[in-house]
Ligand binder design. Sequence first.
Ligand code: A2H
Length: 252
Amino acid sequence: EGVNPQEYTGIKLRVLEWSDAAKTPVEKVPDNSNVYFVAATLRPETMYGQTCCFVGKDITYGVFKVSDKDYFVVSDRAARNMAFQDIFASWGDLEKITEVRGADLIGTTVKAPLSIHESIRILPMETVKSTKGTGVVSCVPSDSPDDYATVTELARKADYYGIKKEWAELEILPIIESPKYGNLIAKALVEQMKINSSKDAKLVEAKEEAYKEGFYHGKMLYGEFKGQPVSEAKELVKEKLIKSGDAFNYAE
Ligand code: A2H
């Protein structure tokens, strides 16, 4: 972790139905509560295009009480940070209800705010770090080369990953138009740079290029701020998500 704080937007993805393996550990969560996976993002303007949500198979996630009705699924580390950012009911207070291993969360369905897809799946990503953000990453394959490389790999090797192929094949929505890479920046870069694994070292460069191109030259193609530059839409979408209660600021 660096010296400068990283400011994320915490996106709340509400659980619709738990995977079979998660059902026993989550019995401790009171009935009729809302449980949310919280994904940490730097690109709130892309949330229209969420197609799944990634966890690390080997990461242990806690289910933390936020209020009488609401619970968050995040890493212990993130929950500890959140307790000192006015995110839980009382400052510094942390109540862990239960724990679930990432592997056992795979297949759970969630409702992701702004996404064109009504229901998306929790899927595994091998490059999720337990030491960054919440340990939960929302997947936007149109604009994140890492996400694009991961979903294509998941679909290609669905049996190996123990998932259904169609879970990784939801429609990829064009959200941002770039003069250089068209309307699916991540796909264009992954193909152009011949990246064919989610662990390819070239993803570092692809990620940087996608971010710069999107932010400085991208224009919104979708949503309420369609036609506006990404550099302006970013804050506007973030504010909209915070206002509706679907997101909050999270720093570390
Ligand atoms: B971003 P930084 Cl569309 N492990 O959100 C691995 N990656 C993580 C993570 C973790 N624990 N926590 C967050 N991230 C991802 C959207 C997005 C993102 C787009 C394009 C680029 C992009 C949709 N995924 O990030 O190291 C999250 O993915 C490129 C940098 O703190 C988060 O934003 O700078 C970003 O990495 C945070 O990375």
